[in-house]
Design a protein around this ligand. Structure first.
Ligand code: HEC
Ligand code: HEC
Length: 460
């Protein structure tokens, strides 16, 4: 486009913008054509393309997965389900700094008394695009090649059960029920807890993980409701041939369809609607991309799906098992190093997707920041932010509020070189943009809660 016509257009849009002031869209009217053009260049450079839809799954598989996701039957003490920590009313997170596992009572921020999980519960949006799962990417892969954490053995038959495209997610879905803290419970509490240490326990054994899966599968096959759902979802599979992989695969199918939720202003802009974003949001986006946020938050998920140390303070019990000769160091979360064993991966965490980010606080691998604005402000000066971190104003859990790990100097020694080195980020502008990532259909997820589950257990 030649310069005069661009200017003319800009003038026209300025007029239109003025006409739109006070309209229901608010936010200061429309962006100029120059701003829109500039943003389209940034999106191209950052590989932001329209979000692809998840692969279709059958209704039968979806219904089985939906039941399993909300059914406490998958937990040892039958008191916690996937949905307890991935709540529809908290946009598939739990609204907590750190998740509260078995023995806990209540929901969301009001839950308490359970096992403290060392990480923040991540949202489950757009899972079909994720090559890696968990904050440290310990389940990852592409196609049939999926790598899983220690003490987990997926047989050939299990891998063959997974639907194309669901392999990574289905593998992940088999794990929470084996973890003692998340769902299984402890020795002496229930038959699953009595099986010994498997996935996610120090020194855990793969055969124990397999036994837990076998007993869970038997539990499901004891219930007529699950026999019906399983048979409908997997026609032709004999009852004795069902494994827990069939459950994991169905949960994955449910998650990809239920949590696609892509109807955001930003997505409409990416798909070509120049007027989808308000002027303030376009300007915020230009700050975001111009400041180097997309050095890591790139692609359609606004995540490079790689791992970086951005200098967050460390809080809570941490995860560093099996890395140090003298045992884990309480409070240290060594992040990606836990999955790879490479010391250069210490304190690195997977770049989170920013889709629907305004709905999914607290933020960071351990929920270090309660407010989105404060998280963005962290990037102004990550060293100072880490050193001056105020745990009191971010954490309400009385047990956790004392658990700030004094390892700042170690964390700050290996900061990612791609972090922006500017202290004048327009935080408010960026926050405006981040709100444009909220999908209209993500604000209310009540449509995915089933009326009841086959075990008859209460859903919440
Ligand atoms: C006690 C709370 C809790 C329960 C129960 C729970 N989760 Fe999670 N979930 C978490 C936490 C915390 C993480 C992050 C853990 C980490 O990264 O180390 C997580 C991570 C995930 C992820 C990875 C998301 C991503 O982007 O990396 C998926 C998918 C998931 N959970 C699905 C499930 C399913 C399916 C179930 C039930 C079978 C379940 N969760 C049960 C708390 C829970
Ligand atoms: C060097 C890579 C990198 C850059 C550059 C970067 N981020 Fe991040 N971002 C990450 C990683 C990694 C995390 C998770 C860190 C953790 O939990 O330890 C994260 C977390 C976030 C979160 C919290 C999301 C959640 O769900 O917890 C927000 C918001 C965010 N970044 C926004 C930004 C903004 C705005 C910028 C630019 C000012 C930016 N990021 C620049 C890598 C980066």
């Amino acid at each position: 486009m030649s310069r005069p016509s661009l200017l003319a257009l800009a003038f026209l849009f300025a007029l239109l913008g003025a006409a739109c002031e006070g309209s229901s869209r608010g936010g200061g009217g429309e962006a100029s054509a120059i701003e829109v053009d500039a943003l389209r260049h940034e999106l191209f450079a950052a590989h932001v393309q329209p979000l692809p839809d998840p692969r279709p799954v059958s209704d039968e598989l979806f219904l089985l997965g939906q039941a399993l996701f909300f059914d406490k039957i998958l937990s040892g003490n039958q008191d916690i389900s996937c949905a307890t920590c991935h709540l529809p009313q908290f946009s598939t997170g739990d609204g907590r700094t750190l998740s509260d596992g078995v023995h806990g009572i209540g929901l969301g921020p009001n839950r308490g008394g359970g096992e403290m999980i060392p990480r923040n519960s991540p949202p489950l949006f757009a899972l079909h695009l994720k090559r890696e799962l968990f904050w440290d990417g310990r389940v990852q892969g592409a196609g049939d090649v999926v790598s899983v954490p220690p003490a987990v053995t997926l047989t050939e038959a299990m891998r063959a059960t997974f639907s194309p495209g669901l392999q990574v997610l289905a593998s992940q879905a088999m794990l929470p029920a084996v973890s003692r803290e998340e769902m299984r419970g402890m020795q002496g509490e229930n038959p699953l807890g009595d099986l010994g240490d498997g996935y996610n326990s120090p020194g855990g054994r793969p055969d124990v993980t397999t036994h837990v899966w076998e007993q869970l599968t038997e539990r499901l096959l004891d219930l007529p409701g699950y026999i019906a759902l399983l048979s409908a979802a997997y026609p032709g599979v004999a009852l004795q041939d069902f494994t827990f992989a069939h459950a994991g695969n169905a949960i994955a199918a449910f998650e990809t369809r239920a949590f696609a939720r892509t109807d955001s202003a930003f997505e409409r802009f990416v798909r070509g609607d120049d007027a989808a974003l308000t002027r303030a949001q376009v300007r915020g986006a230009l700050v975001f991309f111009g400041m180097g946020c997309a050095n890591c938050h790139s692609g359609s998920l606004l995540s490079d799906q790689d791992h970086h140390n951005i200098g967050l303070p460390q809080i809570g019990p941490g995860v560093s098992s099996n890395l140090f000769a003298f045992g884990p160091i309480p409070g240290w979360d060594t992040g990606r190093e836990n999955a790879t064993g490479f010391v250069q991966d210490r304190f690195k965490f997977r770049t989170p997707s920013l889709l629907n980010v305004a709905l999914t606080g607290p933020y960071g691998h351990a929920g270090q920041f309660a407010e989105l604005r404060d998280f963005v402000a962290h990037y102004k000066d990550v060293v100072l932010s880490n050193q001056q971190y105020d745990i009191q104003s971010n954490v309400s859990d009385p047990e956790l509020v004392t658990m700030l790990t004094p390892n700042s100097s170690q964390v700050l020694a290996t900061l990612d070189p791609r972090l922006p080195s500017v202290n004048d980020i327009d935080v408010d502008a960026v926050v405006e943009f981040l709100h444009a990532l909220t999908a209209r259909d993500a604000s209310d997820l009540s449509d995915i809660v089933p009326a009841s589950v086959p075990s008859g257990l209460p859903i919440f």
